[in-house]
Write a protein that binds this ligand. Structure first.
Ligand code: SUO
Ligand code: CP
Length: 313
């Protein structure tokens, strides 16, 4: 595995989960592996968990992390080919990626979807440009269409908390005031499709995720029906995919409550808007796994970095 950009980079989900659990038990075992290696973390968007847990993972491996808020602090980067650069962008990705590759042995990138330019988002222009023009391995810290570190984290968390061989997992859309990306939902779907779970999605009409990703996973438009007998309920808002990037619905009838989920465990990638996406009673109750999920981000990132370091950088 040279890069980690997509859930499909996981060759065997069950063995990866076991390896991550072993790291969690003994996080400093490979402290020598990343000695004198530098991880560059480039953020085009905000972050709390990804920014800190990925640095923590690097530190656990003895690596030196360096971080930059690209959008706020760096020169505006041009991604177009052959562009006459007389506008707002000051340097081309060809130079930027080559330069950063000289300082870093691995580059991790966060670049969300625009939600206005579907073609640019679907083509993963930012991530793919780094893959093309950087000379070191690339890790995806949430791109336009995927958040594979989160998806893998969620697999670890479900495996740790499952009380039956084949639990029922429900991904439910939940309300939000803003247009949010599809990345977390997409990677969660792709992860669950690899696991031994009974997996269904529920969302209002007009909110189906990309059918090339959901494939034959059942989609319910009735949330109550989908939630019946759930063992894990994963809530996430996303904007419309069909009416790309639009918010079609903000009323709270899809908000997750204790009454809706019963005894199921509750999951969310965070950050979460209380009492919009999910009621306080759920987040503050004993069935919420959200803090455990965020802890597992470190071990998911650590396994990814370990595999990249082991192959030689
Ligand atoms: N990295 C996890 C989620 C990041 C992002 N959430 C957000 O932008 C929430 C912003 C807000 O609530 O204002 C998303 O949905 O992809
Ligand atoms: N879950 C997650 O990626 O959180 P951040 O956006 O805070 O990094």
């Amino acid at each position: 595995m040279k890069n980690y950009t997509h859930i499909n980079d996981i060759d065997n989900i069950n063995s990866w989960i076991e390896e991550a659990k072993a790291i969690k038990k003994n996080p400093l075992k490979d402290i020598k592996l990343g000695e004198n290696k530098t991880l560059g973390l480039l953020f085009f968007n905000s972050s709390l968990r990804t920014r800190l847990s990925t640095q923590k993972a690097a530190l656990n491996l003895g690596m030196n992390p360096i971080v930059m808020n690209v959008s706020g602090d760096a020169w505006g980067i041009e991604f177009g080919d052959g562009t006459l650069m007389n506008g707002s962008t000051a340097e081309h990705i060809k130079e930027a990626a080559a330069v950063v590759s000289q300082y870093c042995d691995v580059i991790a990138i966060r670049a969300f979807a625009t939600l206005t330019d579907k073609e640019k988002d679907e083509n993963e222009v930012v991530l793919k440009s780094f893959l093309k023009f950087a000379s070191v391995p690339i890790v995806n810290m949430e791109s336009a269409t995927g958040h594979p570190l989160q998806g893998f984290t969620d697999a670890i968390t479900i495996s740790e908390n499952a009380t039956k061989k084949k639990p029922k997992v429900v991904l439910t859309w939940a309300p939000h005031i803003k247009a949010l990306p599809h990345a977390v939902g997409n990677s969660f779907v792709q992860t669950m499709q690899k696991m031994n779970v009974e997996f269904v999605i529920t969302n209002p009409k007009g909110y189906n995720l990309n059918p090339e990703i959901t494939k034959n996973t059942p989609i319910y438009h009735n949330q109550e029906d989908a939630l019946k007998n759930a063992d894990f309920v994963y809530a996430k808002n996303w904007s419309s995919y069909e009416d790309y990037g639009k918010v079609l619905k903000t009323d709270l009838d899809w908000t997750i409550t204790n009454k809706k989920i019963g005894d199921a465990k509750f999951m969310h990638c965070l950050p979460v808007r209380r009492n919009v996406v999910v009621a306080d009673e759920v987040l503050d109750g004993e069935n919420s796994l959200v803090i455990e999920q965020s802890n597992n981000r470190t071990f998911a990132a650590q396994l990814v970095l370990k595999k990249i370091l082991k192959q030689g950088v």
